[in-house]
Design a protein around this ligand. Structure first.
Ligand SMILES: Cc1cc2nc3c(=O)[nH]c(=O)nc-3n(C[C@H](O)[C@H](O)[C@H](O)COP(=O)(O)OP(=O)(O)OC[C@H]3O[C@@H](n4cnc5c(N)ncnc54)[C@H](O)[C@@H]3O)c2cc1C
Length: 116
């Protein structure tokens, strides 16, 4: 038996230097259940570039807000994917079957992330 612990962040690291930007897992490590870590790393790097180029911190701060929202969804996915009670699993699957075809839900849950 082998164990592969997955590190997740509980908060953002605080750096007291204005000219240092963190990206990727160094900035924030999500639970892998929403499959957003690598894409957020790339989008953060792009926002860092725009922040440096424009001389403001605006894009970087906006990305940090998105990361917080994505983290909440990652944690919710993590919880629902790891249910073990058969009754809960049955109910979850019924709900997912309905939600995965509901355009309003998909737009609200995923749309904001893919357009961010
Ligand atoms: C199980 C799992 C599944 C995932 N699935 C997805 C997915 O489907 N989609 C998605 O978007 N994301 C996914 N992710 C998240 C994604 O893999 C990470 O968010 C992403 O790789 C982070 O990129 P990074 O460049 O910040 O860090 P890393 O990819 O970890 O790169 C850091 C690099 O630095 C090197 N390094 C460390 N210390 C030193 C040192 N002292 N000197 C030199 N080099 C060093 C490391 O060897 C490593 O190569 C998943 C993560 C896990 C754990």
């Amino acid at each position: 038996m082998k164990s592969f612990p997955v590190h997740v962040s509980s908060e953002f690291p605080s750096l007291n230097k204005k000219n240092i930007f963190l990206s990727g897992d160094a900035l924030f490590t999500f639970p892998p259940s929403f499959a957003q870590g690598a894409s957020q790393s790339i989008e953060t790097a792009n926002d860092i570039f725009k922040s440096i180029f424009s001389g403001t911190n605006e894009f970087y701060q906006e990305r940090i807000r998105s990361i917080s929202s994505i983290n909440n969804k990652s944690k919710l996915n993590h919880f629902t994917f790891h249910l073990s009670n058969p009754i809960n699993i049955f109910i979850r699957n019924k709900i997912l079957k309905y939600l995965s075809k509901n355009k309003k839900f998909l737009e609200n849950y995923l749309g904001k992330i893919y357009r961010a």
